[in-house]
Design a protein. Structure first.
Length: 186
């Protein structure tokens, strides 16, 4: 995807699909994502072995996570590409539970100061945002920009000169890109 935006500065912002984004699971995240799939490596690295359980439900029900941790099921849609969510896709043939995400109580306390209902609510909101961001990553909904100045040479040809660029913007991000570049639309 390429999109061209004329800027008040006279420059042009070209927006491109980011073909090599950084995996957001490499960042410091509030939750840990445990995913189990024969064809894809998803979520965070872990050492839980699925062959010890009959199915995903048994694995989740027999995990040793404290009951006070926040746990969300993770679902995968695999149809012409993959998508992950904490909501069931309800697609009978191409989706199902792929794992779970966990925010330990210790992480809630370290991030928010206590284990109050308000802190748990904030942790859950952050957890869902991390899962949504990871979905954007695996679906390729990541972009970058180049700001170029077009200059005419003595022969009258227009030559673009890169002024600025940045990559790793997720989703509907044009306003974020403009702000980051310190530019405004024409």
């Amino acid at each position: 995807m390429e999109r061209k935006i004329e800027l008040k500065s006279g420059n042009i912002m070209n927006i491109f699909h980011d073909d090599n984004p950084q995996d957001p699971r490499e960042d410091d995240n509030i939750c840990k994502m445990y995913c189990f799939h024969d064809s894809y490596i998803l979520g965070d690295k872990h050492d839980i072995r699925t062959n010890e359980y009959d199915n995903m439900n048994d694995l989740i029900e027999h995990n040793t996570l404290p009951k006070s941790d926040i746990v969300l099921n993770l679902y995968l849609l695999d149809h012409g590409g993959i998508s992950i969510s904490y909501n069931d896709f309800s697609e009978k043939w191409d989706s199902g539970r792929v794992g779970f995400a966990v925010v330990p109580v210790s992480k809630i306390v370290s991030e928010y100061g206590d284990d109050s209902p308000k802190s748990r609510e904030l942790a859950l909101k952050c957890m869902k945002a991390e899962i949504d961001l990871y979905n954007q990553y695996i679906t390729g909904d990541v972009y970058g920009y180049e700001v170029v100045r077009e200059e005419k040479c003595s022969l009258g040809h227009v030559h673009p000169t890169e002024v600025d660029s940045c990559w790793g913007f997720y989703g509907d991000c044009i306003e974020d890109m403009l702000e980051h570049a310190g530019e405004k639309r024409k």
